[in-house]
Design a binder for this molecule. Structure first.
Ligand code: GRF
Length: 207
């Protein structure tokens, strides 16, 4: 059984989608830890409601370096025997301290069709604002492995939506979130079933 940690800093609707998918038997894995860098994150409450262990280490005011912070998080994941980390609205750029030991065992979801509209500063409403400003006809969501470049790792799954003329960043975000809730559990299912292979830094899905 694959043991999963979900990292979230905010509302945690993707966490919720993953919890529900687990309960529905969508993937053969178990969310054994919810971690947050924001002690008051709603995601932690969602975990507690489902009796999932939750841990928060406040990043704001943390006395050490980013690497020291990630070392603590890494130690926690290793102690809990976590096989897969899913970032779900985790608003912190990871350092190699955490990325290297979990390479290709660490996923993120991004609310755009990467490689477009990714990279530093491209998060939340900034992404949707940029998509609308660029007059894109389509946007969507991407699940990808996390590597050292921001939003740059191999893409696992994408789902798209049409950008409508009347869209605001909020309406677009709402439709994309629905796609996220569909594709994230699916990516976790593929991982748990051992269907994801990496070849030349690209993902190959074995059907
Ligand atoms: C999502 O849009 C996700 O793509 C991005 O952060 C948001 C998190 O939303 N990385 P939620 O906390 O899961 O509701």
């Amino acid at each position: 059984m694959i043991k999963i940690a979900v990292f979230a800093s905010g509302g945690g609707s993707n966490l919720q989608a993953l919890i529900e998918a687990q309960e529905a038997g969508t993937f053969k894995g178990k969310i054994g830890l919810v971690f947050s860098n924001v002690p008051e994150a709603k995601a932690l409450e969602r975990a507690e409601e489902r009796q999932i262990e939750s841990v928060a280490i406040a990043s704001k005011g943390y006395p050490g370096s980013r690497e020291q912070y990630d070392q603590e998080v890494l130690s926690l994941c290793l102690a809990k025997k976590i096989d897969l980390i899913c970032l779900a609205g985790y608003m912190r750029i990871l350092t190699p301290v955490l990325i290297k030991p979990y390479l290709y065992k660490l996923m993120n979801i991004h609310p755009a069709l990467l490689p477009k509209f990714g990279g530093e500063g491209m998060y939340g409403h900034h992404v949707h604002e940029a998509v609308i400003k660029a007059k894109e006809k389509e946007s969507g969501a991407t699940v990808h492995f996390v590597t050292e470049g921001v939003d740059a790792g191999p893409i696992i799954l994408q789902g798209d939506v049409k950008v409508l003329p009347a869209d605001t960043p909020e309406t677009l975000a709402e439709r994309i979130l629905k796609v996220e809730h569909r594709i994230y559990p699916e990516a976790v299912r593929l991982f748990c079933d051992g269907k994801i292979k990496i070849s030349g830094e690209r993902v190959k899905i074995i059907l």
